[in-house]
Design a protein around this ligand. Structure first.
Ligand code: XMP
Length: 321
């Protein structure tokens, strides 16, 4: 891989901010740029860098793709408004569910999400705004995993030989591409982001779709979203690297009110990791696991079985898709 990582030990936030702000200003010139903010640490850092460089010549959007966590659009808009950044919500739920309809293969689902984001949604946003650039928070680990052929991360384009200008009508600027998450957290703090952002566990671009085995439908997203609320609420205090709910495709026989209930299965994953390259499951107290099972089977309609994943990465990966 040609790209050279900036190691955590050699990372200097002040110098990095200065040079990236200068680069972004120079590249965009007097024109306009857009960026999509999900509320994760990477896209939040890029939003702040972009606004420092371009002010209101950067239009920031929250793409409401129907795959995000509970109340996320409103929370993100409110938080950035308090930082002086205006964020517009773009409702494209139907486009995403349409593109995902009938797909069960993991890489086909990822490809459908990439195409919908970059060709359909961002393509239309740049045409409508006459922007020529898209700023995004691709990081070093995203490139590494995609180039290694493990997973096609949703935001990898040029490194796979995709000419975005030709295919989608805009150029992509990726200020964080040489950094890993640990440096991006330090950077985010320096950029004035609150701790709830710079210490937030990673969340993948294709969002809850990476946590559904089989077809992604609004109903199945609703199930995994409800389980996610419980898992995040119960496991936040562990300080683990990432914790998540997975919805399985197979149903299993359960009992509810003394009757057979052929219901859904949720898998809980909770990871210890430094940079997501390797990871191991957190040794959760048994009482915590029991509480998760009780809450998920009571509060999430249709779920009759909850399991805890005890596999390391590798051979597992952090997300299931
Ligand atoms: P895996 O599942 O490959 O995940 O072990 C490694 C880390 O990357 C996150 N992840 C993604 N992040 N776009 C992203 O921005 C993606 O397509 C994507 N897929 C996985 C995952 O949550 C974990 O932190």
């Amino acid at each position: 891989m040609d790209l050279k990582e900036i190691k955590f030990e050699e990372f200097n936030s002040t110098e990095f901010i200065e040079s990236q702000v200068a680069d972004i200003s120079k590249t965009v010139g007097k024109g306009l740029a857009i960026n999509a903010l999900s509320g994760g640490v990477d896209s939040s850092a890029v939003t702040m860098l972009g606004h420092k460089a371009l002010g209101n010549r950067l239009k920031t959007y929250f793409i409401e793709n129907g795959l995000m966590r509970q109340d996320e659009p409103e929370k993100v808009v409110k938080l950035f408004r308090a930082l002086g950044v205006n964020v517009e919500i773009i409702d494209v739920k139907e486009q995403f569910f349409g593109a995902l309809s009938g797909l069960t293969d993991p890489e086909e689902k990822r490809e459908a999400i990439t195409q919908t984001f970059y060709k359909d949604v961002f393509g239309k946003l740049v045409r409508d705004s006459s922007a020529k650039f898209l700023l995004q928070g691709t990081n070093y680990t995203d490139v590494e995993e995609t180039v290694a052929g493990i997973k096609r991360q949703h935001n990898i384009l040029e490194q796979l030989g995709i000419n975005t200008e030709k295919q989608f009508g805009y150029r992509v600027i990726e200020p964080l591409i040489r950094l890993r998450k640990s440096a991006i957290r330090v950077l985010s703090k320096h950029l004035g982001l609150p701790e709830e952002i710079y210490n937030r566990p990673p969340f993948p671009g294709p969002a809850l779709a990476t946590r559904i085995i089989g077809e992604v439908t609004p109903e199945r997203i609703d199930t995994v979203r409800k389980a996610t609320v419980i898992i995040e609420n119960e496991l936040q205090a562990t300080g683990a690297f990432q914790y998540l709910a997975v919805l399985h495709q197979d149903r299993v026989t359960g009992i509810r009110d003394g009757k057979r209930d052929f219901g859904l299965q949720i898998e809980v994953r909770c990871w210890e990791s430094k940079d997501a390259k390797i990871a191991s499951p957190t040794r959760l107290p048994y009482e915590k696991m029991e509480r998760l099972a009780d809450r998920i089977t009571t509060e999430v309609p249709g779920v009759v079985s909850v399991t805890y994943n005890i596999t390391k990465k590798p051979p597992s990966t952090i997300e299931v898709v």
